[in-house]
Ligand binder design. Sequence first.
Ligand SMILES: C[S@@+](CC[C@H](N)C(=O)[O-])C[C@H]1O[C@@H](n2cnc3c(N)ncnc32)[C@H](O)[C@@H]1O
Ligand code: SF4
Length: 480
Amino acid sequence: MDIKVFGHEYFYDITSMSMLFFPGEKVCYVRRSSKPTHIISGLYFSRGSIISRTRIKYNGRWFSSQKNAKSGCDLKNLVKQTFYRACSIATGITPPWGILTGIRPLSVYRRHRIAGDEPHAVMKDEYFLAEDKIELLDKIFACQAAFHCPKPRDVSVYISIPFCPGKCSYCSFISISAVNARDLLDRYLNGLFDEIKAKALLINKYNLRVKSLYIGGGTPGILDERQLLMLMQLLHDSFDFGKTEEICFELGRPETVSDEKLKILKNFNVHRICINTQTTNDKILNIIGRNHNSQDYFLAVKKALKCGFNSINTDLIAGLPGEDYSSFCRSVDDVINSGVDNITVHTLAIKRAAKLSGCGDNFNPENRVVTDMLDYAYSRLMSDGYVPYYIYRQKNCVSNGENTGFCKPYKICGYNIYMMEDIHSIIACGAGASSKIIKDRKVNRVINVKYPMEYVSEYEKIIKNTDIIDKMLRAELTDE
Ligand SMILES: C[S@@+](CC[C@H](N)C(=O)[O-])C[C@H]1O[C@@H](n2cnc3c(N)ncnc32)[C@H](O)[C@@H]1O
Ligand code: SF4
């Protein structure tokens, strides 16, 4: 499929959007060509006014959309609007997130609300969002209100454990299968402990308040009892958690959960844990390469509840290969019935770096199965008293879906909001971890090396990153 572009530079943006209407089509950029072109997107400037026009050839017919605007308008949105309209008229498809690609929907919604715009009208008329997505944003916005008042010295700390018991076919997160890498895991922890101490010195030097701590992965539950005890002890010796509102530990796969590990976490005041299953259909768990079954999941949650954890999250994925509507609905019901009070509903994203490279008809925007799965999950969760509190979107999600975190009232995971909405700085430790220093709502990132192997052998880079963060914090706090 050829796209010819005139008068603007938004080729990348319209290409991403074209995937929503023509998934799997290869798109080529045509500058000047006599070849037949399938899509022509142009911006024309004429005496103080701007015209965006898109023409598209589909099934042998041409369709077009045009919009005039005044100078000073958002040109990118203008181009995307006529592109969306023309594709939509031609194909009959109306992607529910409208022209929002590569941008956090809640940030756009919040920006307009803060500016005093009427969010419904703007999200519908300017961004072409479907009514149910606008309502979802309304609810999430309301839930997050109390979390959007950052204090100058608040930070959150993230600890990365990029090791797993094995690789799931859909996942592209950097994580090493720990089965044959026990030695690497020990060396990794040695390096990580040094980095934690260095970052804690910084936090103490600037008198920062650790508002939340998140230990994530990978599968941090992969640590054995000795390693877990060492990590938790070190964290408690290094940071002052006196004013910390939450500590989350993502155990991850249920087969890693033991009574002993749960007790250690409880003794170190961990408030929230994650035990994930993705689906409770054993056949599908096997297909996606998770070496546990649904009973392992139910048992792990039971143990955690018995140990006194009253904030447990479970991740589910809609659109897994082989999972049909009724199987997904059963997974939602099973997870609700297990007694967890946080449930994060993901939509399968097809990742180049994952083993799973396609998902058949689920990628077809005209196939409503995954949309119906999300509809079921959302209405079942809401009727059971869960509220949506954070949202993010990824590229290449089947049916153009999203990931939404739900929880029972007062069980919100603040870290997910602080991190996703850039509310305060995040100091991150470990391979693949990304620290974010926020000054005047601008984000400066300092990214550690990606792979555990590099991490253990390139420790100087970590020290250098700590120095960079030191300078950024000094700059942030001097004109506080
Ligand atoms: C960083 S992973 C860690 C989870 C943990 N290791 C586990 O598997 O239980 C966090 C979550 O991202 C989601 N996830 C990973 N790959 C995904 C994909 N390709 N599409 C949608 N969700 C995905 C899964 O729900 C997963 O539980
Ligand atoms: S989903 Fe979790 S366990 Fe599976 S590979 Fe990804 S991070 Fe590891």
